[in-house]
Design a protein around this ligand. Structure first.
Ligand code: GDP
Ligand code: IMO
Ligand code: MG
Length: 428
């Protein structure tokens, strides 16, 4: 029985929510291993639409155990409000497991995230303002607060004091903000302890036992490959590792235990926030993709930047993640174009380049080299098999597959749960 990783192959708005949910019924555990409530997964179940930010998508499936792993940064207020929001809609959330080693996002992290962005001015990253970067920074600086600290009041106070020592100097002297009182933070955090204690456990033990017993475990990435702090378009990235290796460190599972890595790939490209994006469109086509695709960020409501499919990026995602499959989403959005440009290489200062340049300067100079594939006009939202797709849509999918370096095993043809063409099973 497989342990699978499911992750974004582009900049992270590819529709992971739908893919995870599709697998949810046959999966025993869905695990988040990095990121926090900067994620936005939209899952459509029947006529109900759910926007999840911190919780794993598997929470909507009654047979599945959702897990928040050690690599996630958790805003306890957000977690509790997301849980109660689902409870009000009749979703049972009692099976959730939360790692005691996960780091907590506190009010001072959110504050530092916002003032840092403001201070950067034109050079800002365009973060979601959820405190993600500062929380990971504290983790690496070894002044972070973990979930388990909620259950030892004196340790909690000592750690919060240590973390605020420097931060208050920064806030007051550099950013001209009011200092934050450690006691106030501790009081707020302790207020969450009782409500969270029932979920907390050693998630690495649970997950390794589950895999050894032959259960199906799905590791669900937030964000995407190009937002990875190591492999993405640094510094315009998030502060964690959404690539496949992140599943190992962020859940405490060895690489030998993972046998499938599925990249979610949108049939075109989108991005939220700042940073290079070679195929970005500033014309009517870009506007059409945004409108037809409903391209608004789930977390911040910002318009997504839109562009044509970029095969250089897709190939890169195959490489750094060791992808075994792709799940291609939103093919239906491309219906109606006479021809569809696909970026097959970049031109960088007069050179043709077919692999993602490692140099940031080169990537900023990259101009897309397009091939033009014939489009289709038939409505494809009802297609249930690959053969039911119009010939040119089939050709588009096959071309993307060849350029991207891994088989396309499923295709999204509409937002609904059943609007998917499954070509190969992910669970063999
Ligand atoms: P994630 O962050 O990668 O999970 O993606 P989001 O949830 O932020 O965005 C995905 C959006 O695309 C949601 O509104 C989905 O309902 C929608 N979606 C997913 N797959 C398809 C598809 O195949 N076709 C269409 N039209 N919409 C889709
Ligand atoms: P899902 O899980 C798209 C982007 C932000 C910003 C950068 C850093 O829905 O794919 P952060 O708050 O993480 O420090 O912001 O990353 N970003 C996302 N873009 N989808 C996301 O999540 C994102 N999470 C963060 O816009 O550019
Ligand atoms: Mg999203």
């Amino acid at each position: 029985m497989p342990a699978l990783v499911l992750l974004g192959a582009q900049w992270g708005d590819e529709g992971k929510g739908k893919a995870t949910d599709l697998l949810g019924g046959s999966v025993d555990y869905v695990v988040r291993f990095q990121g926090g409530n900067n994620a936005g997964h939209t899952v459509v179940v029947g006529d109900q639409k759910y926007a999840l930010h911190l919780l794993p998508s598997g929470i909507l499936s009654p047979t599945c155990t959702p897990v928040i792993g050690n690599g996630v940064v958790v805003d306890p207020a957000v977690l509790l409000s997301e849980l109660s929001g689902l409870n009000e809609r009749g979703v049972d959330t009692s099976k959730l497991l939360l790692s005691g080693n996960a780091h907590l996002i506190t009010p001072y992290h959110t504050e530092v995230d916002k003032v840092t962005e403001r201070f950067l001015g034109k050079r800002k990253i365009g973060t979601t303002g959820r405190g993600i970067g500062p929380t990971y920074a504290d983790k690496i600086n070894r002044v972070g607060i973990r979930v388990q600290d909620l259950f030892d009041e004196s340790i909690l106070l000592q750690k919060v004091e240590a973390a605020l020592d420097v931060k208050n100097q920064l806030l007051a002297k550099l950013y001209n903000r009011r200092a934050i009182k450690p006691e106030q933070v501790v009081e707020e955090l302790l207020g969450y302890a009782d409500r969270l204690s029932g979920y907390v456990c050693d998630t690495t033990l649970v997950l390794n036992d589950a895999i050894d017993e032959g259960r199906v475990v799905l590791f669900e990435g937030g964000q995407g490959t190009l937002l990875d702090v190591d492999h993405g378009t640094y510094p315009f990235v998030t502060s964690s590792n959404p690539t496949a290796g992140g599943a190992c460190t962020g859940a405490g599972v060895g690489p030998t235990k993972i046998n499938r890595v599925i990249g979610i790939l949108k049939a075109y490209t989108t991005r939220v926030g700042a940073g290079p994006f070679p195929t970005e469109l500033f014309d009517a086509d870009g506007e059409a993709l945004r409108t037809i695709g409903g391209e608004k960020g789930v977390t911040t409501g910002r318009d997504r930047r839109c562009g044509w499919f970029d095969a250089v990026i897709a190939r890169y995602a195959t490489r750094v993640n060791g992808l075994t499959d792709f799940f291609l989403t939103k093919l239906d959005v491309l219906t109606g174009w006479e021809q569809i440009p696909v970026c097959v290489a970049y031109e960088i200062d007069g050179r043709r380049v077919t692999e993602l340049p490692y140099s940031q300067t080169d990537f900023h100079h990259a101009k897309p080299v397009y091939e033009y594939l014939p489009g289709w006009s038939e409505d494809i939202t009802g297609a249930k098999t690959f053969a039911e797709l119009p010939k040119n849509a089939q050709r588009y999918v096959k071309a993307l597959e060849e350029m991207s370096g891994a088989p396309i095993s499923a295709i999204g043809v509409g937002p609904g749960r059943d609007e998917t063409i499954q070509i190969n099973s992910f669970l063999d």
